[in-house]
Write a protein that binds this ligand. Structure first.
Ligand code: HEM
Length: 184
């Protein structure tokens, strides 16, 4: 495959690292934090969730700066001859909006998390390991409701992203995932 049509190794690393971190952070939020009582048992998952969430924010900022200042990732390769005559499915057409929204929403998720953590003094709580500093109800902070709602919207966008990749890779037979990997 032409080098111009593939992503640079740094871009590939950041993409898959980000995917992994978002899934793990989302998983801890949904499957652990929401199921654990607001007590000392929440300290460890909260510390991991907050650390990963802030790492995600730093990666989103790094990727945006790279994209704006250093290099633009290559445009999607043209479809095989004949295949592009038909209009792409609606789900695929949405990609042009979904891509920037993925950046925006992941950053917003992390900022909303910080907007819960600051007034709730969660950084001090997890650093000191003090169970008494865990709030008895996170929903008294308005950012908590937004953080939960936005997490579901983010997952819908990620589902679109994955379905489009599967469509191109396996139904259209294009080496879509190969572009986002290191192989020549
Ligand atoms: C992109 C990054 C993030 C993702 C995908 C994410 C995802 C989630 C999810 C899915 C939940 C459960 C929501 C629900 O079901 O209502 C949650 C809860 C929470 N998250 Fe995040 N989060 C992120 C970043 C952060 C950051 C950076 C912080 C703080 C610094 C944070 C703090 C919290 C807190 C305090 C809760 C509520 C815990 C509770 O109610 O017990 N999150 N997060």
């Amino acid at each position: 495959m032409s080098l111009k049509k593939r992503y640079r190794p740094l871009w590939v690393i950041l993409h898959w690292l980000m995917a992994l971190l978002v899934f793990v952070t989302f998983g801890i939020g949904l499957l652990d934090l929401t199921k654990t009582a607001d007590s000392g048992a929440k300290l460890m998952p909260l510390a991991v969730h907050m650390t990963l969430g802030i790492s995600i924010l730093l990666i989103v900022i790094g990727r945006s700066v790279l994209r704006l200042l250093v290099f633009k990732p290559p445009k999607r390769a043209a479809s095989a001859p004949g295949l592009h005559l038909k209009r792409p499915p609606l789900l695929d057409q949405l990609s042009v909006y979904v891509h920037p929204l993925l950046y925006l929403l992941t950053a917003l998720m992390a900022l909303l998390g910080i907007a819960i953590a600051l007034p709730a003094d969660l950084f001090a709580a997890v650093l000191s390991g003090s169970a008494t500093r865990i709030p008895s109800d996170f929903y008294i902070y308005s950012a908590r409701t937004w953080h939960g709602t936005l997490s579901l919207i983010l997952m819908l966008l990620i589902a679109q992203h994955i379905l489009v990749a599967v469509f191109h890779q396996f139904i259209k037979g294009e080496n879509f995932l190969g572009r986002m990997w290191f192989l020549k």
